[in-house]
Ligand binder design. Structure first.
Ligand code: ADP
Length: 655
């Protein structure tokens, strides 16, 4: 076994590899870009070396530099993770030439599977079933069109060098073929520098089922069952699970054996995945491609087999035999993985960037696993994949696993960056998914119910938000709840607290009643008491006890309560009526308090937003600012004077 390995990757997969290496007593060397200088994986590794600036081409793809660091740090092997250099045959060959083990297959196997067309030709010879189609070298457009006509529409044109769902075109009718071909070739040239394509039958209701294979350098090769990755959005995996729902045992075995045949055909060593596309109606499966690396979704296989695939990789790469033989492997229970991304499902899944102001993953245990590369305070940058974490759950049955998934997603708290968590929960709750009726069209078919308009906060949520506001302002001088107990208002005084949810404004009228509060929200009234410690809010609303988390950042408020996340903006009462101020206007006190200071003089010309007066109310200082460019006509109170709710404070004339 190696004593030291270098991990040529970043983020969650680097953390994942370090975890196993450490457990095996193997020292780890990390490499990082400037964007990752303080990343979790850099801190976890035993040693870490800088590669260069943030863009991958200047850091994680610098094969020569990575090899130099491997040599000088004394690493005996390189783990490439997934993405970056993991399927780069030149890098694998350079490692071999430098006498450093590449923790992956031989360069020749990567090369053999690198082209979808060549891989299909090879699989044909190994008697692995293929989707009816054409994958020849002759790329004459009329010939391709004739092939498509013979296959029968719809057909799929795929870039032979493609990956990540790029360079694919569905063609519904012969008339559209040539235009689609040209556009596919253009994309393929731009993305992969190679415009070779293949044409195959487009299955209208396919499932994506893939087999995890493992081979050692002594001739051993096994399959560790399947993963179903049918839940996709634009050909990108969203949820993955193992085993595949409703897969007959004979099909599983046939697919496993076909996958082993595929691996053997290319002299495979290490972890690999053979992807099949399966026709839902006939149950027939066809080879799609082989991924010559550890996959993002490998944890679901680990959960159902009880094996550590990274440990297997290290053993096999150091020349040891496979830890288990085929008959020793069995499926236990069911596992599902959800990819948690920084992206905005309501804005076409636009990748989101920003700082993870608040990040609390669910508690890990035998049922819940979180593979992540980030911690609270870290930034999701535009340079890399915007994945925040992989949430993996396990249950005795699929139903139990689904329940774990929903609970774990509900417990996942992220503030600062928009995520797909709510969308993932909707999929988990979708009846077709719950029944295991999966195919790659599921998300598109249920699009509207998976992406509903975000609901406005309900009365209970508004009550919690308002209580949080009052308690946070009362404790802003660090007296926590104590400060509140010294704070009294007589029963007739009230405070209006406003929140904006998108275009909508919500208001809570809050009164202190000696014991606690009375809250009026629309037609609802709550008698409430509450306490706030950090972001933990405990409240009693009319006898119902609630525990919530309230994160406040600037004017943004994010409440996690009852498994729901609701995000609103606090409406600064003094900024409230800002919009459209014309002519003479009176700036009023929206709550009782005391004037602390006057910051302008009568007759003074001021710019919009300039502070005019400071009011202390409910233990908070508020600045009253000019609602527009204009002139202060008069102040009605002097510093030190008490004012009542609604009193006119400043007479102001907008320009
Ligand atoms: P990539 O390498 O870009 O991931 P794949 O060949 O693995 O491309 O295909 C990605 C996805 O595209 C599959 O998971 C499946 O959803 C869809 N797909 C691929 N081939 C077909 C086909 N012949 N018919 C229908 N869908 C397909």
């Amino acid at each position: 076994m190696f004593t030291k390995i270098l991990i040529a990757n970043r983020g969650e997969i680097a953390c994942r590899v370090i975890k196993t290496a450490r457990a095996m007593g193997v020292t780890t060397v990390a490499v990082y870009s400037d964007a990752d200088a303080n990343a979790r994986f850099v801190k976890l590794a035993d040693e870490a070396y800088r590669l260069g600036p943030a863009p991958a081409a200047e850091s994680y793809l610098k094969a020569d530099l990575i090899l130099d660091i491997a040599r000088s740090s004394g690493a005996q092997a390189v783990h490439p993770g997934y993405g970056f250099l993991s399927e780069n045959e030149d890098f694998a060959a350079a490692c071999e030439a430098a006498g450093i083990a590449f923790i992956g297959p031989p360069a020749s196997a990567i090369a053999a599977m690198g082209s979808k067309s060549a891989a299909k030709a090879l699989m044909e010879r190994a008697n692995v079933p293929l989707v009816p189609g054409y994958h020849g070298d002759d790329q004459d457009e009329q010939l391709l069109k004739n092939q498509a006509d013979a296959i029968g529409y719809p057909v799929l044109i795929k870039a032979s060098a493609g990956g990540g769902g790029k360079g694919m075109r569905i063609v519904e009718r012969g008339d559209d073929f040539l235009a689609a071909l040209a556009s596919c070739q253009r994309e393929a040239r731009a993305s992969f520098g190679d415009d070779k394509v293949l044409v195959e039958k487009y299955l209208t209701r396919p499932r994506h089922v893939e087999i995890q294979v493992f081979a050692d350098s002594l001739g051993g090769c096994v399959y560790l069952f399947e993963r179903d990755c049918s839940v996709q959005r634009r050909h990108q995996k969203v949820l993955e699970e193992a085993p595949a729902p409703h897969l007959p045992a004979e099909t599983r075995q046939a697919m496993g054996e076909a996958a082993v045949a595929a691996a053997r055909a290319v002299g495979y060593v290490g972890a690999g995945t053979v992807e099949f596309i399966m026709d839902v109606d006939s149950g027939k499966f066809y080879f799609m491609e082989m991924n010559t690396r550890l996959q993002v979704e490998h944890p679901v296989t680990e959960m159902i087999t009880g094996q550590d695939l990274v440990a297997w990789q290290l053993k096999v790469a150091s020349g040891q035999p496979l830890p288990l033989q085929q008959h020793e492997l069995a499926i236990h229970g069911h596992s599902i993985e959800a990819r948690i991304y920084a992206e905005d499902p309501d804005k076409g899944f636009l990748p989101a960037t920003g700082t993870l102001l608040h990040l609390v993953p669910p508690v890990e245990n035998a049922h819940v696993r979180v593979d992540t590369g980030v911690l609270q305070g870290d930034t999701i940058s535009p340079f890399y994949d915007p994945m925040i974490a992989k949430l993996i759950v396990w249950g005795e049955t699929r139903e139990a696993a689904l329940q774990q998934l929903d609970a774990a997603l509900a417990a996942y708290q992220v503030v600062g960056v928009t995520t797909n968590i709510r969308f993932l929960r909707r999929i988990a709750a979708n009846p077709a998914f719950a029944n295991g009726d999966v195919d790659t069209g599921l998300i598109a078919r249920y699009h509207d119910s998976l992406l509903p308009t975000p609901a406005a906060p309900d009365s209970e949520q508004l009550a919690l938000l308002a209580l949080g506001e009052v308690l946070a302002s009362a404790s802003s001088d660090n007296h926590a709840f104590g400060a509140l107990q010294g704070w009294r208002l007589n029963g007739t005084q009230q405070r209006r607290i406003g929140f904006a949810h998108g275009e909508q404004r919500c208001e809570v009228v809050l009164q202190h009643d000696g014991q606690g509060f009375v809250l009026a929200i629309g037609d609802d009234t709550f008698h409430a008491s509450a306490s706030l410690h950090g972001s933990r809010l405990a409240a009693n609303l009319g006898g119902k006890q609630l525990q919530a988390t309230l994160v406040r950042h600037g004017l943004q408020r994010v409440l996690f309560a009852d498994g729901e996340r609701i995000a609103v903006d606090y409406l600064d009462p003094y900024a409230y009526e800002e919009a459209g101020v014309h002519g003479e206007t009176h700036l009023k006190a929206p709550m009782p308090g005391r004037v602390v200071a006057l910051l302008a003089e009568s007759g003074q010309t001021v710019a919009k937003g300039e502070p005019l007066l400071i009011l202390e109310a409910m233990k908070m200082e508020h600045t009253i600012a000019a609602p527009a460019d204009g002139k202060v006509l008069a102040f009605y109170f002097a510093a030190g004077e008490q004012v009542n709710d609604g009193d006119e404070l400043v007479d102001f004339e907008a320009d």
